[in-house]
Write a protein of this length. Structure first.
Length: 90
């Protein structure tokens, strides 16, 4: 499992991508599936990825979300547990 920290703007973009995929496929997509689909798209369109990466600023080591020592083990989990822990869903 990987945790991805997103700003409000980045979350809105991810939700918009999720909406696009759900409308196109007529099924529900988890945020993990959306991230995987975006990664696959980026790898298939490397030129677009390279152009977009020139606009992205790296995370500063002073950013409190950069602290890689923050980890925890919640034991055996399933998709519903991940959603509840990561996104606050019941």
């Amino acid at each position: 499992m990987t945790t991805i920290r997103l700003t409000s703007t980045e979350k809105r973009k991810l939700q918009k991508a999720q909406e696009i995929l759900e409308k196109r496929s007529a099924r529900k997509w988890s945020q993990g599936e959306v991230v995987a689909a975006l990664a696959e798209f980026a790898l298939r369109h490397r030129i677009l990825l390279a152009q977009a990466s020139e606009e992205v600023k790296p995370v500063s080591e002073d950013d409190p979300f950069y602290d890689l020592s923050i980890t925890f083990d919640i034991g055996a989990t399933d998709e519903r547990t991940h959603d509840r822990v990561l996104y606050g869903r019941p």
